[in-house]
Design a protein around this ligand. Structure first.
Ligand code: SF4
Length: 330
């Protein structure tokens, strides 16, 4: 079997909490606390969870913007902390990010041409004609006419800007795309268009993708494998078809029940009707036992005390709930 393009093992990102005159460490915020992800070449893995579950911090660690507290990250089998300077540079070209907020992802004073040319120039390309050719080709690939290269980000619509952000991620012909909620800032009418574009580009360039979303409806079409995250923990992970047909964790079941409504603009309060009242837990004070017990309608005393095991349901399908057999698919 081919080497995974990205393998993340037991990744943790904790932030110390310091107090007092001597800035003494009094605890930790456990923002990411033991996440495993594997992305095989050509595969799209979706990371799904509510805001504040640690998805964005995880992406920042994968991009090298922040250091992991613990855990391993392998790129084609190589520990990324042990890559040489040259190998790191190569990896940065091959792993690109698509940001959620297109306005802040693009330099406001740069023309689209400048924004797209910048990574090529930084990586040593000097031939102006070649740079312009690549920029024009890439703009056309994302469905924008070449004339858009002379415009500024603020003169474009939200949908056009997001296409430019996608073009910028593609301009160096990457292998792996990390997409942070790439369609959630768009109008519902544009979401399907941009999602279809991403799927076409993925197939054309044989890209692998880590697609972050808060909505299981959004990733239904694009994901091969889904990881469900809550309060920095993985609660369930499975091939996409298994998640939609045989979700075993109560939280995944709630996400599934809410999915069609969320994409139509459900309010947070309505979403919470399916859960016990309360917000996602504070990473500085995570619940004991099962991290989900404060909102789980099936929680009992045992759930408050014992961290649930990672149960194997079927090949590639895992759920962290000790009562999954009793609960079944609701
Ligand atoms: Fe709910 Fe208990 Fe299962 Fe956790 S272990 S998800 S609290 S039933």
């Amino acid at each position: 079997m081919a080497e995974p393009i990205l393998k993340v093992v037991n990744l943790k990102k904790h932030y110390p909490i310091r107090r007092g005159m001597f800035n003494k460490q009094v605890g930790n915020r456990l923002v990411v606390d033991g996440v495993d992800i594997q992305i095989n070449p050509g595969e799209t893995v979706a990371l799904v969870g509510e805001s504040g579950c640690g998805k964005t911090v995880l992406l920042r660690v994968l991009l090298g913007i922040e250091e992991a507290t613990e855990g391993e990250i392998y790129y084609y089998g190589k520990d990324i902390t042990k890559l040489s300077k040259q190998e790191k540079k190569e990896m940065r070209k091959k792993v690109q990010m698509i940001f959620q907020d297109s306005m802040s992802a693009l330099h406001p004073r740069f023309s689209i041409m400048e924004s797209l040319a910048e990574p090529l120039i930084l990586n040593g390309m000097k031939d102006k004609e070649q740079i312009e050719k690549i920029v024009v080709e890439t703009l056309e690939k994302v469905g924008l006419d070449a004339k858009y290269r002379f415009r500024n980000p603020e003169s474009l619509s939200g949908g056009q800007r997001q296409r430019v952000v996608i073009a910028r991620a593609l301009v160096e012909r990457p292998e792996l795309i990390l997409a942070d909620e790439p369609i959630s800032a768009l109008d519902v009418s544009l979401q399907a268009q941009v999602l279809n574009l991403l799927m076409d580009l993925r197939d054309e360039y044989k890209l692998s993708m880590l697609f972050v979303a808060h909505d299981l409806a959004v990733v239904r079409q694009i994901a091969d494998y889904i990881v469900i995250m809550y309060a920095g923990h993985t609660l369930e992970a499975a091939p996409a078809a298994e998640i939609y047909s045989n979700a075993c964790h109560p939280y995944t079941q709630v996400l599934l029940e809410s999915a069609p409504s969320i994409s139509k603009g459900i309010r947070d309060e309505e979403f919470r009707l399916n859960l016990k009242i309360g917000d996602t837990p504070d990473p500085a004070h995570l619940p004991s036992g099962c991290v989900f017990h404060t909102r789980c309608v099936y929680a009992d005393e045992n759930c408050c005390r014992k961290v649930p095991e990672r149960h194997k349901i079927s090949p590639g399908h895992y759920a962290c709930c000790d009562k999954y057999m009793e609960i079944g698919r609701s």
